[in-house]
Design a binder for this molecule. Structure first.
Ligand code: FAD
Length: 493
């Protein structure tokens, strides 16, 4: 039986980027927030390559942008790819034009143990009651709503924390996400496996692209190469799930073999030893990461970050989706606690926008995989858009459709396959033009898919930079809500 009970406005489960973001953004409005994290920070996590919206948008709103800037993370101006028809590597940069000195057109490559600690300490500074080494076992609920959580601390004693809202931000390994929307729907298309580790150095691309992520497609899949520090490089292989047994038998041998099979990456690591410092001295494996849920909230509870959904490591969308979803949830929580608007309306706004952003990345990443062709390769042949299984397509159309989002590109009209194919050729055309571009304007930005995918991120960046969006925000659906000026609540559109 539970021994003690405490009361809060919001209990957040998990102290990763999603948990810290939602907790901080709710504490900024003066509410009482408890954050329970089962591990003791710093703790290891994968997901090291960020997008600008997290750094300049979310971190700015949370008041932690300068501290992140001072931490010495490797600035990332964009990505370099050996991918698609062109055998030569091509780049894309976050800057709209390489000649424009845009102060928000970069992100960072981060050691997640340090980045996540900065965000969690910032939450503490903002008044969140952060408790590490505290594990949530269950939620407390009645027929009407979720009312709190049951958790255990280091002493093993069971405790209760009651709250108006519970946020599940406990990531991919969440034990409580099933309280909302039942089981996860796993993607067949992104049913990959990753094996990854670290080198104590490695060659760098020529400046100013030395902080870029480098992604190289090869016969069995693709590799990431992320420069974290001069003396630390993260290298991971994403391959078909059919390799799981082989990888799990000897992860390090599989990792080495896959790197050797991709000369573009192998050659950057000639003579470079493996990292020996903890936590970088291990080779790790992850799979089953691509899923979504039929619902993201119910009365009293909301899911954010990997607890809710994740697409795929390619193009670094994970921490963006986690922190963006957390900010959307915080707006609904803040408005709900203020009693300003009907709860269902607030959380439908959160869910619609979060699904929309997830749907954009999902569609975009499918077309990104589709862009690389290798007829000899099982991995790449299985990732042609025409091979997207009908059940997958149906459940995905269901996911993005029927949302009354007012956005025709996401309607449930059964045309998702055609749109994905269109997006792929749109994207491929833009990339095909990169080498002979005059360098004035990044041709990727002429691709409507690309612009649309990065639209929310850009709005976030602008809000961070200027304290509000450049243009008046219009609701994403009839009767929808828009963000307040400080970005922390919803107001009528
Ligand atoms: P997490 O960071 O997982 O945090 C969840 C926290 O909850 C953890 O600290 C955990 O200890 C805690 N917790 C769990 N259960 C409990 C409990 N019962 N009680 C209390 N606390 C609990 N994303 C990118 O942006 N860029 C990349 O380059 C990238 N690469 C990736 C590569 C791979 C192979 C994979 C699988 C993912 C990658 N991602 C990447 C995605 C990224 O890892 C995640 O999207 C991101 O970490 C999600 O953050 P989160 O806060 O939701 O969860």
């Amino acid at each position: 039986p539970a021994q003690t009970t405490e009361e809060f406005d919001v209990v957040v489960v998990g102290g990763g980027p999603a948990g810290s973001t939602v907790a901080s953004a709710v504490a900024l409005k003066g509410h009482r927030v408890l954050l329970l994290e089962q591990q003791t920070f710093p703790r290891y996590q994968i997901g090291e390559s960020l997008l600008p919206s997290t750094v300049h948008g979310v971190c700015r709103i949370l008041g932690v942008e300068e501290e992140v800037a001072r931490a010495g993370f490797k600035p990332k101006r964009g990505g370099t790819f050996r991918w698609g028809r062109n055998r030569d590597p091509w780049q894309f940069s976050f800057a709209l034009s390489p000649r424009l000195a845009d102060p928000t057109s970069y992100a960072y490559q981060v050691e997640r143990s340090r980045f996540d600690q900065i965000l969690l300490d910032n939450a503490r500074r903002l008044g969140v009651d952060v408790r590490e080494g505290c594990r949530v076992k269950d939620v407390l609920a009645d027929e009407e709503r979720v009312r709190g959580v049951e958790w255990t601390g280091a002493d093993g004693a069971s405790r209760q924390a009651r709250a108006r809202y519970v946020v599940d931000a406990s990531g991919n390994g969440s034990r409580i996400h099933g309280e909302v929307g039942g089981k996860r729907t796993y993607s067949d298309f992104f049913r990959n496996i990753a094996v990854f580790g670290y080198f104590a150095g490695g060659a760098r691309l020529p400046a100013p692209n030395d902080g870029n992520i480098f992604c190289a497609a090869f016969e069995e899949g693709w590799l990431w190469y992320i420069p974290l520090r001069d003396d630390l490089t993260s290298v991971g292989a994403v391959v078909s799930r059919e390799n799981a047994a082989d990888i799990q038998r000897d992860p390090e041998a599989a990792w080495r073999r896959l790197i050797d099979a991709c000369p573009e990456v192998r050659d950057l690591l000639t003579g470079v030893p493996r990292a020996t410092e903890t936590p970088y001295d291990q080779v790790r494996v992850r799979k089953d990461w691509s899923y979504w849920k039929s619902r993201l909230w119910r009365p009293g509870m909301v899911l954010v970050g990997d607890a809710a959904c994740f697409v795929d490591p390619v193009l670094s969308s994970g921490v963006h989706l986690a922190t963006y979803g957390a900010l959307l949830a915080a707006r609904s929580l803040n408005s709900g606690l203020a009693g300003a608007v009907d709860e269902a309306r607030l959380f439908e706004e959160f869910e619609t926008r979060y699904r929309h952003e997830y749907g954009l990345f999902h569609e975009f990443l499918v077309s990104f995989y589709d862009m690389h062709q290798d007829e000899r390769s099982y991995f790449w042949k299985a990732r042609k858009v025409t091979r997207l299984g009908t059940t997958e397509l149906e459940s995905f159309v269901e996911l993005v459709g029927g949302l009354a989002s007012g956005d025709s590109s996401l309607g449930g009209d059964g045309q998702a396959g055609a749109r994905v194919a269109e997006a792929a050729s749109d994207f491929d055309r833009a990339v095909g033009r990169l080498p002979d571009s005059d360098g004035l304007r990044n041709p990727l930005y002429e691709s409507t898919t690309f612009r649309e995918v990065f639209r929310e991120g850009t709005v976030l960046q602008e809000r961070g930079l200027l304290g509000g969006p450049l243009e008046d925000e219009t609701p994403v659906r009839p009767g929808g809500l828009v963000a307040s000026e400080d970005g922390l609540t919803w107001v009528a559109g």
